[in-house]
Design a protein around this ligand. Structure first.
Ligand SMILES: [Fe+2]
Length: 269
């Protein structure tokens, strides 16, 4: 299927959310889910953070299984993020999330995503404002059928244009919508959209929440510690860009006075 990134952008700008079905095939989704379940077991056995018995969260899901790394960079995600942010955009936070009530899982760590919120940023000191336009966007990769019965993301259409935080995380919004999507769908979301995770069910619903931002924004994690320098050198250039290898500050002024590698190389520095 040919997807026009301009059409996706128009919907994303107007509604704060755009759904693109059929990006991944079903076999790929099943394979990814099986791999995530393996990562969950491994982290759980080692006592690492993986959320709780109602919401399992795996940050940096590709750490133990490099076969999951390409999920940070599907073509349509690259096209939309370039249009939404800029050509040098980076990955800010990758997490895999399963809003499932499970009896095989004992961890009790609190997770993000509960209650109405935005994921954009505010600046302004004593009179803070939400950044406008949004510098941060999500690509949500749907891996299991997602809908109102299994804790899908709830959201308010167009609420990103308020550029405000929801004043009440527990408010009842009668006009809320629930994300419904088949496996293989990618959902683009403006980080200023008011949203929350739905109530847990016993049904599995793995999704990837990949958050992207401009190159000068700090990632949630230091990706450079997750890869050897050999592995980083062998990565496709797009992965190097997304994992901040192209926008790490130089060691000091004797190495360079410019942070962004694309600019450094263009200027021969
Ligand atoms: Fe969120």
């Amino acid at each position: 299927m040919v997807i026009d990134p301009n059409t996706v952008m128009a919907t994303l700008r107007a509604d704060g959310l755009a759904v693109v079905p059929g990006v991944l095939d079903i076999a790929t989704c099943s394979d990814v889910v099986a791999r995530l379940e393996d990562v969950l077991v491994r982290r759980s056995e080692q006592g690492m953070f993986c959320g709780n018995a109602e919401y399992q969260v795996l940050y940096n899901y590709f750490m133990e299984d490099r076969a999951l790394l390409p999920l940070i960079a599907p073509d349509i995600v690259d096209q939309v993020m370039k249009a939404a942010i800029d050509d040098d955009y980076v990955l800010i936070s990758p997490s895999a999330r399963n809003r499932q009530r499970r009896t095989d899982f004992q961890a009790t760590s609190a997770t993000s995503g509960i209650g109405w919120h935005i994921d954009s940023r505010r600046v302004g000191g004593m009179d803070p404002v939400v950044l406008r336009p949004s510098p941060i966007f999500f690509a949500i990769v749907v891996l299991d059928p997602l809908g109102p019965k299994n804790g899908a993301t709830e959201y308010l259409v167009g609420s990103h244009l308020r550029y405000e935080r929801p004043p009440d995380r527990d408010a009842k919004h009668e006009d809320r919508r629930v994300l419904e999507a088949e496996p293989g769908t990618i959902v683009f979301m403006d980080s200023a959209l008011w949203h929350r995770v739905g109530p847990p069910s016993t049904e599995r619903r793995w999704t990837l929440f990949n958050m992207y931002g401009p190159w000068f924004m700090k990632p949630y994690f230091d990706f450079s510690t997750m890869f050897s320098s050999d592995e980083a050198d062998r990565m496709p250039p797009k992965y190097q860009q997304l994992l901040h290898y192209d926008s790490r500050p130089p060691r000091d002024h004797t190495e360079s006075t410019i942070t962004l590698r694309r600019v450094r190389e263009a200027e021969g520095l």
